[in-house]
Design a protein around this ligand. Structure first.
Ligand code: GP9
Ligand code: MN
Length: 688
């Protein structure tokens, strides 16, 4: 009996027991209730150790309390609090496939929506396991207090308590460095909330989220509409009126945006062993009647990669200097983005199709703030589809979109985010039947194979669009989001491009940031290759003008690529820039013709270069101010209604769209309704 008593009063044993139990519950939640996409033994190892540091740190605080009874109550409360956080996330995850953020608790009623009304429905029998240890703990406490017994328990020395806190910090740093090694820039880029949980654990995520929220809030608390003065001055002055011969040439047409993942311009018209890598895209790009294709168009993304590209194209503002705007500010920023503008000014419905989970890059929240009516994420595609890292294969994704697409009211603004052409360019011989390059660098070598695959998937998609008649009523905007081969691999690529790797320079790296941009308008005859310089920031005003929507009243940092007043200085996110004659990198000026460093003073171009540099920096910093301080909440252009994200819910979208068709009856303009209320899915060619 004495031994049992001793065991119950031994603080080390108490700490160990409570911690092990909590660790077990967390691991249980990881496996049973969350799906964290863990891959490979390193990630599994990190997953298993990640609750240790924070659990020890938090529960270890109990060692600092000298008297045993208050210490036990304190530990119980810590355990309770931690379990509440864990369980809240479990319930929330069942509804939203996402984790609880501070904002979702304090801000709008997402948690209550998910947790109050339907909370009973969301509970499962095994949930008992999350509470059982606490119940036993509570029982013991009640017993001790009811008996009013004095318990003798030697407090641990303060140095030991401190040692435990330090040990937890040490474990945390090991955990963090392993995670960073496995997923570089994890904390700067915050790809997905589930990544932070997978690598660092739920408590670390909650604390991280709290710090981030506090940082943004304090920036915003000091912001006021005065901050808009300089921004409006800049965008008004920088605005470029459209070329009347291009304005409205695609008015009223469906807009089909095709996001070519990691796709660079050099792939266009490239051949490997005599075969074109992308014959289909080449046929579109080289169609000098129906296509306006650019050959000096650059991506301008920063760490937010795809999400930065999306942000620029949807909002006409830049991504952030660090991290992703979508993940950092996208939860509650006010946007005046493409889906809302097109809906309000031209009656467009809107949808995004993407074969990855909805939480990646925080899309499930951002799209609502942008005013997207539909977001068909991974959950809308066949569960059995083969997945390669970032989502299901493009051919499956595009084919399966039809069942959803055909229920959208026309005209629609639709975006197809492809994903198979994503580093590390995983291939097999079944799906990727194309010769690889022979540089010896596997990333570079297989890039052409996945690019070829992407090209084939688009050909099949277009076959469907042509057969169903959608093609003729649409404008296609096709673009590459960012580089696929990073600067560190460019030298290996050089030989394949007929360039000399020994003289490869920073200038060459910068030139490689060209990505395709094509506007394909069936029936149009004024096309041809466009040589003007431009970047992703310029796309939104260009697209709006092509479909006959005025962009002047919106705060956008780019200019219409077809405007005679278009600004051809292309800003990179780090403040460098490319312009038609010169490229400025890290304070050095390169001549575009020779690729050599030149002295601007000697050439008499210093004032021009300085002015351009100043303007690039100004545009980037004004855009950052606008977004970081969330200044669009103070600015509503005439005739624009602010987006209410609460109006959007991405569950049961097909049923909702079918209900709209039904309600509109003969007025319904969906592909399905126009096809005599029959599906057009059979028009899709079989996947080859
Ligand atoms: C994932 C995809 C990839 O959903 O969009 O994003 P990236 O890694 O290219 O930024
Ligand atoms: Mn991308």
């Amino acid at each position: 009996m004495d031994r049992v008593k001793k065991a119950f009063t031994n603080r080390w044993l108490i700490l160990l027991t409570v911690s092990v139990l909590f660790w077990t519950k967390t691991i249980f939640a990881y496996y049973v209730d969350f799906s964290l996409g863990v891959q490979g033994s390193v990630q599994y190892f990190i997953l298993w150790i990640n609750p240790i540091a924070t659990t020890l740190l938090i529960f270890g605080l109990f060692l600092y309390v000298k008297k045993i009874k208050p210490a036990l109550i304190f530990l119980f409360l810590l355990d309770l609090l931690n379990t509440v956080i864990l369980y809240l996330n479990v319930i929330f995850y069942r509804e939203f496939t996402d984790f609880v953020t501070i904002k979702s608790v304090l801000g709008f009623s997402k948690v209550s929506q998910g947790i109050s009304g339907s909370s009973f429905a969301l509970m499962k029998v095994h949930d008992v396991l999350y509470w059982i240890d606490l119940l036993v703990f509570l029982g013991i406490l009640i017993y001790i207090f009811a008996k009013r017994k004095e318990i003798v328990s030697k407090p641990v020395k303060k140095t030991f308590a401190i040692a435990i806190s330090c040990l937890s910090a040490l474990i945390f740093s090991v955990n963090l460095s392993m995670s960073e090694a496995n997923r570089p820039q994890l904390l700067q880029r915050t790809f997905d909330r589930s990544y932070i949980v997978k690598y660092l654990g739920l408590d670390a995520f909650t604390i991280y989220d709290g710090i981030k929220t506090e940082q943004t809030n304090s920036v915003r608390a000091h912001a006021s509409s005065n901050g808009l003065t300089d921004i409006l001055k800049y965008t008004k002055q920088h605005y470029a009126a459209p070329d009347p011969s291009k304005y409205g040439i695609a008015k009223g047409k469906n807009i089909i945006v095709i996001h070519l993942e990691s796709f660079q311009q050099f792939l266009i018209n490239m051949k490997v062993d005599g075969q074109e890598v992308t014959p289909f895209l080449n046929s579109i790009g080289n169609d000098n009647k129906q296509t306006l294709a650019f050959d000096n168009f650059f991506h301008e993304v920063g760490q937010g990669k795809t999400s930065d590209a999306e942000n620029m194209l949807e909002t006409g503002t830049f991504g952030l200097p660090q991290g992703s705007l979508f993940t950092q500010l996208g939860n509650d920023n006010t946007f005046q983005g493409a889906p809302a503008i097109l809906n309000q000014q031209a009656g467009y419905s809107s949808a995004v199709f993407h074969g990855n989970v909805g939480s990646f890059w925080n899309r499930d929240h951002v799209y609502k703030n942008l005013g997207y009516q539909n977001f068909f994420d991974r959950s809308y595609f066949n569960a059995s589809d083969e997945s390669l890292g970032y989502g299901i294969l493009d051919k499956d994704m595009l084919k399966e979109t039809v069942g959803h697409l055909e229920h959208l009211q026309q005209p629609f603004y639709s975006k197809f985010l492809t994903v198979t052409n994503h580093t590390p360019y995983l291939t097999d011989d079944k799906n990727f039947n194309f010769p690889s390059l022979k540089t010896g660098d596997s990333t570079v070598d297989d890039y052409v194979r996945t690019a070829h695959y992407l090209d084939e998937s688009l050909r099949q998609f277009f076959d469907y669009l042509k057969a169903s008649g959608v093609y003729q009523n649409s404008i296609f905007m096709i673009y590459g989001d960012h580089f696929g081969i990073s600067d560190s691999n460019n030298k290996d690529l050089a030989t394949a491009l007929g360039k000399d790797p020994t003289t490869w320079s920073k200038f060459d790296d910068a030139q490689m940031q060209r990505v395709p941009l094509m506007f394909h308008i069936p029936g149009y005859t004024g096309g041809g290759i466009q040589h003007q310089y431009g970047g992703e920031i310029d796309v939104l005003p260009t697209l709006l003008h092509l479909v006959g929507v005025d962009s002047q009243k919106y705060i956008q940092f780019g200019t219409d690529l077809f405007s005679p007043k278009h600004d051809q200085t292309v800003a990179f996110r780090n403040g460098d820039f490319v312009s038609p004659n010169y490229t400025e990198l890290g304070g050095q000026t390169y001549d575009n013709k020779t690729g050599q460093v030149v002295d601007p003073k000697a050439l008499g171009i210093a004032p021009t270069i300085d002015a351009e540099q100043k303007q690039v920096k100004q545009a980037l910093s004004l855009s950052d101010k606008l977004n970081q301080e969330n200044l669009l909440r103070f600015y509503t252009p005439a005739g624009f209604t602010p987006v209410d994200p609460k109006k959007y819910d991405y569950h049961d979208l097909d049923q909702k769209n079918a209900a709209i068709e039904k309600q509109k009856g003969a007025q319904s303009t969906s592909i399905y309704s126009k096809n005599g209320n029959k599906t057009t899915a059979a028009l899709y060619p079989p996947i080859q």
